[in-house]
Ligand binder design. Sequence first.
Ligand SMILES: [Zn+2]
Length: 311
Amino acid sequence: MIIDNSASSSNKKLLDFDVKSLTANRRAINVLKGIFAVLPITFALPVDALQVKVTPTNPKLGDTLSVEINRDNPDNSTNPTVASGNNTYPAFEIAPNQYRALIPTTPLEKAGTRTLRVTGDGQVRNLAVNVLNRKFPVQRITLPPGKAGVGATEHELKRVAAFKALQTPEKYWNGVFLKPNAGRISTTYGVRRYYNGTFAKDYYHRGLDYAGAAGSSVIAPASGRIALVGRVSQGFRVHGNVVGIDHGQGVTSIFMHLSRINVKEGDFVKAGQLIGTVGSTGASTGPHLHWGLYVNGQSVDPTPWRTKTVN
Ligand SMILES: [Zn+2]
């Protein structure tokens, strides 16, 4: 069931206040520094807090939270981290003394306020972020008795899990993501399902489906390293012929049900480069491309990545 946990406006204010006060504090410190610079006496200035910014400002379930961390202590060699719930996410350097961690949100989570705990330079900062609710479409599937479909092989599950767990420090993507196929989108991200009247609480559509014709081109939406190539003949019964691109810094793309594969593991591909063609291999009822975008192992909505640059 989708839990209707409407966002309270007070939570939003809390976040705004936090971000604004941070900027104000920063300005005040800079003004103080200016004053102290002209004074003959040295004062012990308070240690600068970690400067943290979270975007987007009004995230909703399925969005990727980008947590930017600026620090003033260039001597420290350990990267900051961001903890949310039971997970800790690495922050990678994106500019000198500037770090960024990407936090996935999914339809399986509750909307509402969550706390991000930012650790770095021996300091800890807690930020309240309000994630808004979102209604995801619901499908009702009727399966004849004893027809549960094919299961994935152990090899397939192991390879795909290892691929989605990648957290490569390098960043390979640049700018907005391209659409990987020219077909229309036939199934959006986050669709929930009932099977024979029972709500599948762990299921959501983990990506976008493109209704491209059989044999039509599948291109890399962004640059990266080919970190997964799997074939039906190797036991990829559910994914079918599959390609996985590691875009770096915990961001990965998977392309399923391909008819042909044009790349091999270890290849570097550029945005727009042909990686394969649309097919109906694996657990698929007709030709289409399934594109899944994963951030630190969780499937996020690729749509915001198509329109807004995550630096
Ligand atoms: Zn799909």
